[in-house]
Design a protein around this ligand. Structure first.
Ligand SMILES: [Zn+2]
Length: 143
């Protein structure tokens, strides 16, 4: 219900995706940490959606990541990478992924296309990797 209302609002222009301001503020006030595992060691700058598959040089797409996560993730889709590790992604990773997904779909003019359409499948992200069921308990989630 909420998702349908948001999709309609995005399509008609009566609603817009919020900024990642709260996430960025959290990063600044809680020390610079790896977006993926939370460590403060050996930080690098990572393209959330890798440039090689179409990620942009934008603030929303650049995140701090430790060398280990950056290397392990490589040019993988970040949600598929978490699936391979059999870990549920942190909430801020999911939020960032959703925002970038909506922006890419809006730019491509395919926001209302079916998830199985060729146009959606051609996006440089894996829409089907977005968790839609079997969420962990709230106490097991991380930011
Ligand atoms: Zn890490």
């Amino acid at each position: 219900m909420i998702r349908a209302k948001l999709t309609k609002g995005l399509k008609t222009g009566t609603m817009s995706m919020g900024s990642l301001f709260d996430d960025e503020k959290y990063k600044l006030t809680n020390g610079n940490r790896c977006t993926y595992c939370g460590t403060e060691e050996s930080l690098t700058l990572d393209h959330f959606v890798p440039r090689i598959i179409g990620g942009l040089d934008t603030g929303d797409n650049l995140v701090p990541a430790c060398r280990s996560c950056n290397s392990s993730k490589g040019k993988s889709d970040v949600l598929e990478w978490y699936q391979r590790k059999e870990e549920f992604p942190p909430l801020m990773v999911i939020r960032r992924y959703l925002k970038i997904t909506v922006e890419m779909a809006q730019t491509a003019g395919i926001l209302d296309f079916p998830i199985d359409s060729k146009e959606v499948q051609d996006l440089p992200i894996s829409v089907k990797a977005i968790p839609t069921e079997r969420f962990p308990l709230t106490s097991e989630l991380s930011l």
